[in-house]
Design a protein around this ligand. Structure first.
Ligand code: MG
Length: 217
């Protein structure tokens, strides 16, 4: 899949999608969780990606699928053990990612202490777009972020509310796994997550990036 980037387009083909859990305090609260002391990370498979105009497919295994709007960082060069001071040199740009989540399956996994692979990993569970904005064109920590379902605002916050900022995330993640060009870091969702149903129209926006519109099949 390709997204518009500067005067051309960028192929979106990450080796991995690294996602943050509970990186906004009010979302941690609505999940009845503590604010974490260290970043909480998990992976979504690249096969979950879809682009603007494609459809989210609700899986038969779940009765409760939630939307989560997130600022996504696209990595520009390979990095291992990157310091916070150097971290922003590794950012190519930014886009929107919807971290679609089968919440009922996640709740079962949380109760049983099982991984989140299933609840986060279905095909179509990572819509991205509408474009990638170059790193030097945005202050990623001072943007309005929000999401509407059928025209009704469900989520609205500021990226300044993120608990762990992007340099810290890059330092932390790259101390564990090598970041490769094209890798995506989804920086966590603000409060207001909610249910998606067949036929819903989802419009997510981030100031300076634009609006990502996808339908639910
Ligand atoms: Mg999320």
């Amino acid at each position: 899949m390709f997204l518009p980037f500067e005067e051309g387009e960028l192929e979106i083909r990450p080796s991995k999608i690294i996602c943050l859990g509970k990186n906004y305090a009010k979302h941690a609260k609505e999940m009845r969780s503590e604010v974490p002391k260290d970043p909480i990370i998990f992976l979504k498979p690249p096969s979950s990606l879809i682009g603007p105009g494609e459809k989210i497919i609700l899986p038969k295994m779940s009765k409760l699928v939630h939307h989560e709007v997130e600022l996504a960082v696209i990595i520009g060069k390979r990095g291992k053990n990157v310091s916070q001071e150097d971290a922003m040199q590794y950012v190519l740009g930014y886009t929107i990612l919807l971290d679609i989540t089968a919440r009922d399956l996640q709740n079962i996994a949380r109760e049983k202490g099982l991984p989140w692979t299933i609840c986060k990993g279905f095909d179509t569970f990572a819509p991205v777009g509408p474009r990638v904005v170059a790193a030097d064109k945005l202050d990623p920590h001072n943007l309005e972020i929000g999401l509407k379902v059928n025209g009704e605002i469900r989520q609205k916050s500021k990226t300044s509310e993120m608990i762990f900022k992007i340099p810290k995330l890059i330092e932390y993640i790259s101390s564990i796994m090598t970041l490769e060009p094209g890798d995506i870091i989804a920086t966590g969702t603000p409060e207001g997550v909610g249910k998606l149903e067949h036929g819903n129209v989802v419009e997510a926006w981030i100031e300076g990036i634009g609006e990502l519109r996808v339908e639910v099949e």
